[in-house]
Design a protein around this ligand. Structure first.
Ligand code: GLN
Length: 443
């Protein structure tokens, strides 16, 4: 990205033509246009940035990889797209994702699956699997993804690229299709840490169009990047113990390297990860059921049923939503319903506060946390025997979203099969400078 930003408009045109040819031949299905055999969507003549299929680009079809939104043409730009354009960059192609960003494998897309470019028999991760696969396959200069419970960091780790989730409120959610509004954040997926900082600097900042946007002064990261700072880095021992042996080995090596560089490592423990999983899936499903209620056949995309109002609602949702989305809407409606609200939803909100308090405590005497991103490297297609198994692979990422913290996933090693291993650094809220500086020293 850094290099592409130096190109003149003629060279950028050439770059885009090259990318289009490479995309056609790549075979990973990172872009929905590629899967559909269509011309790559492109507007403007700036450096091309791949856009996850849940971010509004004016006059482009936006369907969040769901049948329910087929044919919906976006009338406006998301703030992040406006910001790209003001900085001279341009949206280029829509990347595949799990339907409405619900999933960890990019398999629940209405377009079908995206392959992991490192090993085509494996999932690219998700839900921003298309964005991560595109960057890893060299068919995107950089991409935007969204992270509600790990959807930027986990596919970045599985594909061997860098993925960053900003502090909740740092990047505007305006114009990004909501999955779980108190958790969603948009962020960069790039080839290296500096590119991530560059793209983050472009999209971050207060936006009055998003009521949860943080009106907190913000200094650009990139001009102040410094890989020589020394930090106190916390390791959560009971988290690390749940990762595969290979990930633990890579983790321990990274810790040794950080020590050699002069960083101080401190050891700690945290709340049982199963509690984090339950809390996340209650809150995110509850918010999803409220957010997705608007897709009823009246206002957006597809309309089904030819009879009365009820049939229209029922048929539109029955035919439009896929299995995973329906399940979450039902779970969400259940935990919000009278009689169960206190037992599930309110309880989950209380546990969410406890999780946040535990992170706060760790940050009282450390600058960063080092953690695995996922318990294993990219699994093979079909290796999860049920959805719960896939949910359990989110143990390391979702606590960060529940606490609103910024985090960055970095490729640090390869396992013996050549699959990338990613680790993440987590910083305190609004400490993105510390996050990027720490990440740079690990690169
Ligand atoms: N895997 C998580 C889920 O299915 C996270 C998804 C995301 O971050 N969008 O909800």
């Amino acid at each position: 990205l850094k290099e592409a930003l130096k190109l003149n408009s003629e060279d950028i045109e050439k770059l885009k033509e090259d990318l289009k040819i490479k995309i056609k031949n790549s075979g990973v299905g990172a872009y929905i246009e590629q899967i559909e055999n269509k011309e790559i969507s492109s507007s403007g003549n700036g450096v091309p940035i791949a856009i996850k299929n849940n971010i509004n680009v004016k006059n482009w079809e936006l369907d969040c990889s769901s049948n329910i939104l087929k044919g919906y043409i976006s009338p406006f730009n998301a703030t992040v797209v406006e910001k790209l354009q003001s900085a001279g960059l341009s949206p280029f192609g829509l990347t595949n994702m799990d339907e409405f960003a619900m999933g960890s494998s990019t398999e629940s897309s209405s377009y079908g699956k995206t392959l992991n470019p490192i090993d085509n028999t494996r999932i690219p991760g998700g839900s921003s699997g298309g964005s991560a696969a595109a960057v890893a396959a060299g068919i995107a200069i950089a991409a935007l993804g969204t992270d509600t419970g790990g959807s930027i960091r986990q596919p970045a780790a599985y594909c061997g690229v860098v993925g960053m989730k900003p502090t909740y409120g740092r990047v505007s959610r305006y114009g990004i299709a909501a999955y779980s509004s108190s958790l969603d954040q948009c962020g960069p997926i790039t080839q290296n840490v500096e590119d991530a900082a560059i793209l983050y600097d472009i999209i971050a900042g207060y936006d009055e169009k998003d009521s949860t946007s943080a009106n907190i002064p913000y200094t650009k990261i990139t001009p102040n990047l410094n890989s020589n700072k020394k930090f106190t880095i916390a390791v959560i021992d009971n988290f690390v113990a749940q990762a595969s042996n290979e990930i633990q080995t890579a983790f321990n090596k990274a810790v040794e390297l950080l020590k050699e560089q002069g960083h101080k490592i401190v050891h700690t423990n945290m709340i049982d990860t199963n509690k984090i999983i339950s809390t996340y899936y209650i809150i995110s499903s509850a918010e999803a059921s409220a957010n997705l209620a608007r897709f009823d056949g009246v206002r957006y995309g597809a309309r089904k049923g030819d009879g009365n109002l009820k049939d229209m609602y029922v048929d539109t949702k029955t035919e439009g939503f896929g299995y995973e989305v329906k399940k979450r809407v039902m779970v969400g409606s259940f935990v919000l319903s009278s009689g169960y609200y206190d037992a599930y939803y309110i309880k989950a909100q209380k546990v969410r506060s406890l999780i946040k308090a535990e992170f706060d405590k760790i940050f009282e005497n450390s600058d960063l946390i080092l953690s695995p991103v996922a318990p294993t490297t990219a699994p093979k297609f079909g290796s999860y025997s049920n959805a719960l198994e896939m949910y359990l692979a989110d143990i390391y990422t979702i606590g960060v979203n529940l606490s609103g913290l910024p985090a960055i996933s970095l490729p640090v090693a390869k396992d013996k099969e050549g699959l990338p291993i990613g680790l993440q650094l987590i910083a305190n809220s609004y400490e993105e400078q510390t996050l990027f500086d720490g990440a740079l020293s690990m690169e």
